[in-house]
Ligand binder design. Sequence first.
Ligand code: C2E
Ligand code: MG
Ligand code: MG
Length: 414
Amino acid sequence: MSLLARTVKESTNFNTKIALLLIDINRFYRINSVFGYDVGDEVLRKFAILLANVCREQDHVARIGDNTYAVILNGVMNVGHAELAANKILSLLQSPFEFQDRKIYVDCTIGISLCPLHASNYLFLMKECESILHEAKESNQRIAISKVPEEDVIPDDFDIELALADALQNDELLVFYQPKIALDSGGVVGMEALIRWKHSYKGMIPPGYFIPIAERTGNIKPITYWLLNSVLRQTAEWTDKWGPLSVSINIPPDFILMADFKDSITNALNLWKNDNVNLTLEIVERSLVVDPERCFSALEELRALGVSISIDDFGTGYSSLSYFENLPVDELKIDRSFVSDLVTNSSSRNIVKLIIDLAHAFDMEVVAEGAEDARTVEVLKGLGCDIVQGFYYAKPMPQDQIKKWLLEFGGNSD
Ligand code: C2E
Ligand code: MG
Ligand code: MG
């Protein structure tokens, strides 16, 4: 029985997971033809040693074709572990192989499949991994991972859910800030705080992925209060006086009607005594639909604390015009989907114009999200938009960078 077959069998018997990495050295024939077969053989030898260095005691490396190697990782917890090993291989290859006075840069493509996640026996696993390696090469990716069938996605979410519970304690959450620019003055008027999760081995996990999971599992509450307090603390510590600037945080739908929400905001504001920033709470339209009247009075109470209210992703949810008369809101943020094709799509332009006029009619400011180029900013200006937040000016960045950025951009420092 082959090594792969035996390992797969053991993994099923012991209920562990194994990962198969198929690794092709790219353009190996070029090395042979340019430097000769001796050098080619030496490259293979050094490459095998490099792979062995990435492996642990329980893992295996084998050469299975002219320029193809298989690595079997035993007892991996999830896809992230295998990806980490693949990334390590690529990072080691950043240094060239040295032969006498010659340096040769070697490059490879890696396909990854897990058993039992992607295939339950060694033949299928091999076949699956070969096909993902082929896909990687076709699409010029350096690493490709087999896709999980749709109905099996939940276990991975489950991993995330468990890890998310520890993320706060392990200091894996970070705050990034993205500036907001006033179109009339060209100055910075504020920034949005956006959460980031630097997972110990999966790397950066985007909020669009983990926030919905946190909302489902209840973790969103400690996360939101952690973010609120971190933002107020960090910006209060800034020695440059920017301001005051507004700083927005995203508030999940259920929070407005939570009994302790107003108190949590009041406590955080009192605790951090922050003169550098004015707090803005970004809510989404669907927060308001369940019980608009109670929501409106809760929002009024929050505004009485000196907090501003903004409606995020405006235009994508359910909004009734009749709301507007009583809506206790200071700002509308136009969803990126209308902004991104503003220059080329006249119906997006019409919608944006409508939102801007509507907001102004009710004394609200308008922020356009997701402007990525000068032309879009010009069109927004022409349509009467007040504020822009987008990659054209800056991407979200960590607090040490945003401080530098504000200095260079010439914020409202005095
Ligand atoms: P959002 O609140 O609408 O945030 C704006 C998103 O648009 C951010 O994505 C930002 O990076 C992105 N963006 C801004 N300008 C551009 C641009 O020019 N081009 C493109 N392509 N994207 C742009 P991010 O940070 O990935 O956040 C995604 C969503 O996750 C947020 O949408 C928000 O709904 C949620 N989120 C982020 N941080 C938090 C948080 O602390 N709490 C909660 N509850 N949700 C959060
Ligand atoms: Mg937002
Ligand atoms: Mg938004």
